[in-house]
Design a protein around this ligand. Sequence first.
Ligand code: UAG
Ligand code: ATP
Ligand code: API
Ligand code: MG
Length: 484
Amino acid sequence: MSPVRLSELLRRDVAADPVITGVTADSRKVAPGALFVALPGNAADGRAFIPQALSQGAAAVLAPADTDAALAPVLVTSGDVRRAYAIAARSFYGAQPANCVAVTGTNGKTSVAAFCRQIWAGLGLSSASMGTLGVLKQTGNVNGALTGPGLTSPDAADAARMLAQLAEEGVTHLALEASSHGIDQRRIDGVTLKAAGFTNLTQDHLDYHGDMEAYRAAKLRLFETLLPRGRTAVLNADSDAYSSFASASIMSGLGVMGVGERGRDLALIGRVAVPEGQRLTIDAGGEIHEVLLPLAGAFQASNALVAAGLCIAAGEKPGRVLAALETIEGAQGRLERIAGGGHGEVYVDYAHTPDGLETVLNALRPHARGRLIVVFGAGGDRDRAKRPLMGEIAGRLADIAIVTDDNPRSEDPASIRKAVREGCPDAQEIGDRRQAIRHAIALMSDGDVVVIAGKGHEQGQIVGGVTHPFDDATEAAEALRIHA
Ligand SMILES: CC(=O)N[C@H]1[C@@H](OP(=O)(O)OP(=O)(O)OC[C@H]2O[C@@H](n3ccc(=O)[nH]c3=O)[C@H](O)[C@@H]2O)O[C@H](CO)[C@@H](O)[C@@H]1O[C@H](C)C(=O)N[C@@H](C)C(=O)N[C@H](CCC(=O)O)C(=O)O
Ligand SMILES: Nc1ncnc2c1ncn2[C@@H]1O[C@H](COP(=O)(O)OP(=O)(O)OP(=O)(O)O)[C@@H](O)[C@H]1O
Ligand SMILES: N[C@H](CCC[C@H](N)C(=O)O)C(=O)O
Ligand SMILES: [Mg+2]
C-alpha cells in the first residue's frame, strides 16, 4: 500500500486533504501520517484518545457524527463510523483474494472455514482461512500460519492488511468466519464477498446482544447488507432458523442454496457411519454423489455440506468439490481424538454452547460401548444464561459429568461452577482443570469415551487478567500416560 489522500480513502470530498500513511482505531498504534479512527466502544470511547493520536502524528481523525469539531485540526465524521473505518482500511490496503466467502452461525464456523480451505487446496487452488484459529494458508498439502489464534473476526484494519498480504502471496480463495460481534461491529464490512454461508442459530452471546432476536439480526446482516445482490447465500436447511435466513436472503436479492437433509440444492439423502468416518449420499441438482467423509458426527456432515456449497457458489464444479471432501481433516480441537486411549477413546472438543455440547455428546454416544464421561465448564465474562443449560445437557446426556473451570476471566470461578451445577446437581466438581482431566481419565475403563469440552485449540486458561499456559490435548495425553 502506498500513501493516499484522505479523500480517496473515504471516497468523498473533505475540506483538508492530507496524505495518509496508515489507518488504525488504536491510538497506541498511531504512526506519523496515520488516519486515527475514534470508535466509541464497549469498554472505552476512542475519542478520549484523540489527543494521544495527534501527539503521535495522526494526520486526520475519523469520528462519529456527534463529535466536537474542535478535537482535531482535520476531523471527518460519519454516521456509521465503524463501517467507514472498514471501508477506509480496505481502500488503504487495496488488494484482496479474488474469491472471498464468509460463514456465520453459532457453531461450526471454524470447521466450515477449515473445510473450504482444504477443498480449494485439493482442487489445486491457493487458499486460506481466517478465524478463531488465526489465518491459515494452504497450497496442496503445504500449510502455513500467517497469524495464530485471536479474535474470530479480526479488527477491520487487521483484516484488510492480512487480506492484502494473502493476495500479494498469491492466495486466490479465502474463507472467513463472520462472528456476530464481528458483523455487528462492521469488522468485515470492507471484504468483497462472493458467497456467504449459515450453519445454525442457537443460544450464545446474550451478554452482548441482549436477546436472541438481536443476535439473529446481527447474523442476518451478513446476508442483508454485506453480501452483494445477485450472489449466493448457502444455508443449512436443517436449522430451525433456515426460513428466516432464506426469506431475508431472497428479499435482499440473493440466490439461496439450501443444503442438508432438508436442502433442495445439496441434499443429504443418505448417511451411514463407518469406522473411517461416514458415507454420505448427496443429491446435487439431480446428480447423485457418494462421498466417504473421513470425519465422525452428523454435525460434521452438515458443516461439510455448507463448506461444499460455499465452494460451489464461489465457482467450483459440484462433482469436484464433493470428491475433495474425501481428504479433509477436522479443524484443530474440534472432536480431536487423543492417541493412547487403549480400550477407551478420549476427545478434545470446542463445545462451549448448549447446542454445541448437546451435539457433541450425541455424536459420541454411539462410540461408547461403556460410559460417556464429560469434563466441561463455562467461560467467565460471557453469556451467563447458558451455564445451567450446559449443566442440564451434560447431566442428561453423559453418564458422568465433571464440572471444571474454562477461562473464568474476571469472575469468581466457584460461582460460575455453581451456576453450571444448577443444571446438573449430581455432577462432580473439580475446579482445577488439570485435576479434572486426570480424574476423568482415571475413571475410564474398557469401552468408555471421555470428552474434554470447551477449550479445543486454546493454549491458555484465563484467570483474572492472566493467561496461564494450558492445552487440553497435552493435558489429556499426559493423563493417559500417567494412567496407562
Ligand atoms: C466486546 C467486543 O467485541 N470488544 C472488542 C471491540 O472492543 P470495543 O470496540 O468495544 O473497544 P473498547 O475496548 O471499548 O475501546 C474503544 C476504542 O478505543 C480504542 N483505544 C482503546 C485504548 C487505548 O489506549 N487507545 C485506543 O485507541 C480501541 O482500539 C477501540 O477502538 O473491539 C476491540 C478491537 O478490535 C476488540 O479487541 C474487543 O474484543 C474483546 C477483547 C473481546 O473479548 N471480544 C470478544 C467477545 C469477541 O469479539 N468475540 C467474537 C466472537 C467469538 C464467537 O463467535 O464465539 C470474535 O469475533 O472473536
Ligand atoms: N454444525 C454444528 N452444529 C452444532 N454444533 C456444532 C456444529 N459444528 C461444530 N459444533 C460444535 O461446536 C464446537 C465449535 O465448533 P467450531 O469451532 O467449528 O464453531 P465456531 O462457530 O467457529 O465457534 P466460535 O464462534 O467460538 O469460533 C465444536 O467443537 C462442536 O462441539
Ligand atoms: N469465541 C467464544 C469462545 C468461547 C470459548 C470458551 N473456552 C470460553 O472462554 O468461554 C467466546 O469468546 O465466547
Ligand atoms: Mg470459530
